[in-house]
Structures are given as structure tokens and as C-alpha cells.
Design a protein around this ligand. Sequence first.
Ligand SMILES: C[S@@+](CC[C@H](N)C(=O)[O-])C[C@H]1O[C@@H](n2cnc3c(N)ncnc32)[C@H](O)[C@@H]1O
Length: 198
Amino acid sequence: MAPVDWRQAWKKGSTPWDAGTSPPALDGLLARGQIPGGRILVPGCGTGYDLATLARSDREVVGLDLSHEARAAFLAAHSDLPGSVSYEVGDFFSYEPAEGFDFVWDYTFFCALDPEQRRGWSETMKRLVKPAGLLATLLFPFEDPISGREGPPWPINTGLVRSLIEDSFEELEVRQMEKTHPGREGRERLALWRRREL
Ligand SMILES: C[S@@+](CC[C@H](N)C(=O)[O-])C[C@H]1O[C@@H](n2cnc3c(N)ncnc32)[C@H](O)[C@@H]1O
């Protein structure tokens, strides 16, 4: 299957993954106080709902996506957010910020990547998350065992992510999500990982 041309999809306005709001799992993390202040990255943030949800006066929230159109959609919808919120257009795999992140939020980014890109995803996460920083992966579409269905979204599960990052991240918790976007019921798990100290 040919890899997805994400920039082209945004240009054409073909964005069937866009649920129009942040997922309930992110609200849950915020309500439980599990998201720290400091620097936060949302790779493959699309329209950027999660940037607005995460914005807080003691946070520096950075969204990253390949698409100028996605960034324009975010800027059109949000103007007066608390704290520092920026949206960078660029490639996750070659992203070189001046400083690492205290928290990285991945929702529908890992599952969107071609399987050949997964090793690069884990190496980049290891580079971008600060020692003792957190990585939250909201795994969708969760399958265990993983079927042969081709994506995106590619079926994923905790064991798959664990196998890619366990050398540098400690697994903190995994929970099945009761509340999800409509149509994603029963197919989301939230996994939290802490970057080991160097
Ligand atoms: C399935 S969409 C999910 C968007 C958003 N997370 C959401 O839930 O609506 C995947 C996003 O990842 C972006 N993307 C894909 N490859 C990327 C890369 N290498 N670097 C940055 N963004 C990328 C795409 O442009 C797209 O917006």
C-alpha cells in the first residue's frame, strides 16, 4: 500500500480522522492531575484541539505537524489561549527543538505511521522526552492480538509500543478507556511511560 501523503490529504480537506474535539482520555488525565507543567509536545497534532485543551499558564505547549493547512485551521479557531502555545510545521523525525519535553502526548500519530517508521518513532521519542519526563500514548485502534488489517490507522497495542521503548521508558500504567470519541468505543487504551534517567 502506498504511504499516505499527509500534506496532500490536508490540502484536499480529506481528514476523516478528525473528531472535532480532544478525546475524553485527555480530559481524564488533566482531571487526575497527571499532566505536569513545563514543556509539552503534541506530534501529529492535526487541527490542534489537544493544544487548546492542554494550554495552561505554567505550560509551554508545542504542536507539530507536516501540514500548513492544519496549522492554519488551528490558528483560525484559537487566538487567546493561556500560557505559551505554538504550532510548528515540520517533520517529527527530524525535529530538533532547543530543549526536550516534560510531557509528550501521542493520539492517532503512532497509529498513522507506516510500520517501517515505528523504530524511528521510538528513537525520536527517546530523544525528545526529557529524563524523568512522561510519554502518554492513547492507543487506538487497540487490538490484542493485532490483526493483519492495513492502516492507517494501523492496529496497535501496548505490547507493540512496549517492545519499541522499554529500553528507555518505564511503564507506569495502562487503562482501558470507558469514554471515547463516538465509534471508537472499546478500542482505546491509555498507556503512560516515564523516560528513564540517563
Ligand atoms: C491521523 S492524523 C491525526 C491528527 C490528530 N492527532 C487528531 O487526532 O485529529 C495524523 C497526523 O499526523 C501528521 N503527520 C504524519 N506524519 C508526520 C510527521 N512525520 N511529522 C509530523 N506530523 C506528521 C499528519 O499530517 C496528520 O495530521
